[in-house]
Write a protein that binds this ligand. Structure first.
Ligand SMILES: *Cc1c(COP(=O)(O)O)cnc(C)c1O
Ligand SMILES: [Zn+2]
Length: 407
């Protein structure tokens, strides 16, 4: 009993048929929302019914877009751990800092959630080949799920994408193409490849279902906190799918009456100073973000100079009374190391930007000590070998007093 009702343009509201393959809005070329018949979901599913279900994103099947469970293409995604980071919280000056550790998903990043959903739906709709522009992790995740579904995949990435991302896509059998440009150049080329070679374009928000996969972060968070949401969510924002998806999850849960209180978290979009289009638009009060030329940051996953869902990110931030904030590039490595040393978590550079931002927001009073704050660790540090410390001590085994070198 699927509850997906229709697709609706996020900007102009035009309805699209959910039975066929869809991309962006046919009128204004902006993203489509999946709309569910939530009254019927609520009549057939109670929040306590979830209790006995398997620990995976598919436990929320009634709130997901598939028509049949047979269509699921899975590598065992979700539920990810949510743990309190006491040492790191103390270091920052927060009573309650929590980390939702997305690095544990297939291919080591939360891109697995979106790709599991997009590829499962593409599988259901009979798509024959897929392609994606990527700043890093989306390529690996798409390659893995496409391999699992037996679909040929093409992955287009900037030539300076982290090396692990380049090689994992090849390892997983995708045709991997390096482009002398940024992710939006790759995006245009995927569109051209789609027109000439018949690929299905799985770009961020250019098909309606990756966001439904990312939405499960919000569903899990609510369930893990026993249906009371935290005060603040720190989210490293590139294309923004996860932030938008979580905000959608909270709205759907609210409509279902599953939340203990109407309070929803302030959504904080964190960006690097060298690529901060959403912060600029937020500060100027604009609903759309101008492209940032020459975007640079080592936090590859948030090196997105222009996002097709810019207004959806900005709407969610503003509705939530949250904000968009930039943090310095030089803070990335220290925060990766600090968080990893203090908590044993494998913190990615994108989430390090969030910690640098949080420390600013705590000192200027935007976040208070008593707020319950959740940081999404969106990927595994190991995927960024370029940024890992390179300081092991070398010892000669024939050195009779080798221990002196450890002093
Ligand atoms: C893609 C990515 C992001 C940004 O996610 P969006 O939802 O597209 O904003 C953040 N962190 C990592 C590790 C990523 O791979
Ligand atoms: Zn439209």
């Amino acid at each position: 009993m699927p509850f997906i009702e229709k697709l609706e343009c996020a900007l102009c509201g035009l309805e699209h048929n959910a039975e066929g393959v869809q991309g962006l809005c046919q009128s204004c070329a902006r993203p489509l929302w999946v709309k569910y018949d939530l009254a019927s979901v609520g009549a057939s599913l109670k929040r306590d019914d979830l209790k006995g279900r398997p620990e995976s994103i598919w436990r929320y099947f009634e709130l997901l877009p598939l028509r049949s469970r047979e269509s699921i293409v899975s590598l065992g995604e979700g539920v990810t751990p949510l743990f309190q980071a006491k040492r790191l919280g103390r270091y920052l000056g927060l009573n309650e800092l929590w980390i939702k550790d997305e690095s544990r998903l297939p291919t080591g990043s939360f891109k697995a959630r979106g790709m599991a959903m997009a590829i499962s739906k593409a599988n259901e709709l009979g798509v024959k080949s897929v392609a994606v522009p990527t700043a890093g992790n989306a390529g690996g995740a798409l390659s893995a799920y496409a391999a699992r579904a037996g679909l040929p995949a093409h992955v287009l990435m900037p030539y300076d994408t982290p090396i692990v991302n380049q090689r994992e896509a090849s390892l997983l059998g995708a045709k991997t193409v390096l482009i002398e440009g940024l992710i939006d150049d790759c995006g245009r080329m995927v569109k051209e490849g789609a027109a000439h070679l018949g690929w299905f374009d799985v770009s961020t928000l250019k098909e309606p279902y990756r966001i439904e996969g990312k939405k499960t972060m919000g569903l899990e968070l609510a369930e893990q906190f026993d249906w009371s949401l935290p005060d603040v969510v720190l989210y490293p924002t590139g294309g923004g799918t996860g932030l938008i998806g979580m905000w959608k999850a909270f709205a759907e849960l609210n409509e279902l009456g599953w939340l203990n209180s109407a309070n929803r978290p302030r959504m904080v979009a964190c960006q690097a100073e060298g690529c901060d289009p959403i912060v600029r638009a937020f500060e100027s009060g604009a609903r759309h973000a101008a492209r940032v030329p020459n975007a640079t940051t080592q936090a590859a996953g948030i090196r997105v100079p222009a996002a097709v869902g810019d207004f959806m990110i900005l709407d969610a931030i503003r509705e939530s009374q949250g904000l968009a904030v930039r943090a310095p590039e030089k803070d990335i490595q220290p925060w990766m190391e600090r968080a990893s040393c203090l908590e044993g978590v494998s913190l990615c550079p994108e989430s390090a930007i969030c910690l640098a931002a949080a420390s600013q927001l705590l000192s200027d009073g935007t976040i208070s000590k008593s707020d319950r704050v959740v940081l999404f660790n969106t990927g595994a540090a190991q995927k960024y070998v370029e940024l890992l410390p390179k300081n092991p001590v070398r010892v000669d085994p024939s050195d009779g007093e080798w221990w002196k070198r450890l002093g």
